[in-house]
Design a protein around this ligand. Sequence first.
Ligand SMILES: [Zn+2]
Length: 297
Amino acid sequence: MVRRWGGDSATPVWEVNTWSVAAFNALPACECRIHNPVGDDAEWTDGDRKLMSDVTGYGWHNVGITPRPGQPSWVFSVGVWHTLRFPEVAMFGLQMTDMGMWINAIGEQVRAGRPPEPGVPVVGVIEGFPVELRPVHQSWYRDLLGYGMWFYRAWFPVLQIVWPDRNGLFPWDEGAGERCRRDQPVLWRPAEEQPLGQWRYGERGLDWLWPDAPDRKVFVSKRITDEGYALTYVVHDRDGDWQFLDGATVSKGDVVVAHLGDMASRFPTTNGLGGLPVGWHAWIGPLGDWIRAPIPR
Ligand SMILES: [Zn+2]
């Protein structure tokens, strides 16, 4: 049976330190886009093609989410589960290049036949600082690991690499440093148990409020993706297409294609625009909230 997204109660939930390599091996075969091609290759973005070729050529692809004010960056692998039958790994709150390197170090340990064990600090990832791996609750996938959902199209296991503070204390240890608590989400607990904050916005972790699937292609101004311009104008075209813009005029060469799920995670201010009817647009008004109106004919 294919486990799709949408609250299937058969989806396994891993408790802290109860995961094991044997349990992963007992799971059904991966239903990813390589094992089960979807046939939508013609619609892939350059990013999609890069991800697929990295998984095929190297074993996995690391997705990096750049930091924003009030939110640290994070990096997660896509392909480790497909290639090595070991969970994907995700890391939060440090330099993106370092996190990518450390994720690769864990992948290489698995590839060399030395997979990490539950509850045993993993050495050799960060020099001098053993890290711990904890299973990620699926309530977080949509917000934080959307590209993995695009690739696997069904549930897949993920472990969070949790790093300690300078004294070797983990976020769950008494007296742990503020930064190590603040810059790492607690993904081994369900999202709904946790306060709203930098990793969780409104009910977004629980309900997908957009009328289209997270892998829906949308158009985004390059000024937003490449130059850090603010997202201030959203168009839900009469043909159903979504455009995420910065308010300045755009021509065809000014936009790139992205996934709706990716945009929703990167721009939590768009939460609530899912109800924008076809043929409407919305812009940020003087009070900072979205003003909605039909697109003039
Ligand atoms: Zn696969």
